[in-house]
Design a protein around this ligand. Structure first.
Ligand SMILES: [Fe+2]
Ligand SMILES: [Fe+2]
Length: 285
């Protein structure tokens, strides 16, 4: 097989107990039945509140089983937490949260050769954490890139950078500067990395840099208009079509998907998301 279609879903934010975004997911399930992809990658924020309720991640994994194709996933900040930075101390990643995530879904990274390509999934939440798993993942990534002669498509939740790879300011929007430089160093040392696809920002944007395409996937769940990062804020997903050593990418929107805008969740207090996901889901009985 030299041609294959890979659908990238991102930021599904699923939960059985608080199914705010299940409708959009159902629309995606219907759309994928028509698209019939060969493989599906989900780039993080699989669950609504995984760091405090790992059942959300386990539920998301069961939902991915309905997609009709093999799937691989990497975690996001709403699955196992984030590296703290000044002003953003919600739900830090810990050994315990990492272990709970692995128990719920089996793996936090992946490696798969498909067609002529090598697909690599990374746990971006480890980057800058200082956990033992961070160094172990870096060693694995370096070895995995060094041994391949195939073109490589990498998938992770956080984008490596927004506009400037040298931006020294840590933020909640992208991988922190020090671990970013380490990962970019591996990418720049490899002639094979062609695509780095991420999620997290709930916006779609594509940039080319030094022969590598960096593509932000839109979310299937919601948008937020209170912090645009220069991409297109709309719900949807990406369809990557690989043919030999080339690829094209298109954004798709499933029929009937709703552009939920959760900017309103920040109207009453900063980080309103973290408060609303702890509230009981309203009864409709
Ligand atoms: Fe998200
Ligand atoms: Fe995220």
């Amino acid at each position: 097989m030299t041609q294959f279609t890979l659908v990238q879903l991102s930021d599904t934010h699923l939960s059985a107990s608080r199914p705010y975004f299940q409708f959009n997911y159902e629309m995606v399930v219907e759309a994928l039945a028509d698209l019939a992809p060969d493989h599906i990658v989900i780039t993080g924020d699989l669950g609504l509140n995984g760091p405090d309720d790992i059942a959300d991640v386990a539920f998301a994994a069961r939902q991915f089983g309905r997609l009709g194709a093999p799937w691989s996933a990497v975690p996001g900040n709403h699955d196992l937490g984030l590296v703290p930075f000044e002003g953003g101390l919600h739900q830090p990643i810990t050994e315990a949260r990492h272990a709970a995530y692995l128990a719920a879904i089996g793996a936090d990274r992946f490696l798969q050769d498909l067609g002529d390509w090598r697909l690599i999934g990374l746990n971006s939440q480890l980057l800058g954490s200082g956990l033992a798993a961070e160094a172990e993942q870096h060693t694995w990534l370096a070895a995995t890139l060094a041994e391949t002669t195939r073109p490589v498509a990498m998938f992770l939740h956080y984008p490596l950078f927004l506009d400037d790879p040298a931006d020294p300011t840590p933020s909640h929007n992208a991988v922190h500067p020090e671990p970013r430089a380490a990962i970019l160093g591996l990418i720049e040392a490899s002639p094979h990395v062609k695509l780095v696809a991420s999620g997290h920002l709930h916006e779609e944007r594509r940039v080319e840099r030094d022969g590598v395409t960096y593509h932000w996937a839109p979310a299937t769940s919601f948008i937020t208009t209170d912090g645009n990062h220069g991409g297109v804020a709309t719900t949807g997903f990406l369809v990557h079509r690989f043919d030999g050593e080339t690829f094209t990418t298109e954004r798709h929107s499933a029929r009937w998907m709703i552009n939920h805008d959760i900017a309103s969740w920040g109207n009453t207090q900063p980080h309103g998301y973290y408060e609303i996901v702890k509230r009981p889901y309203p009864s409709v009985a």
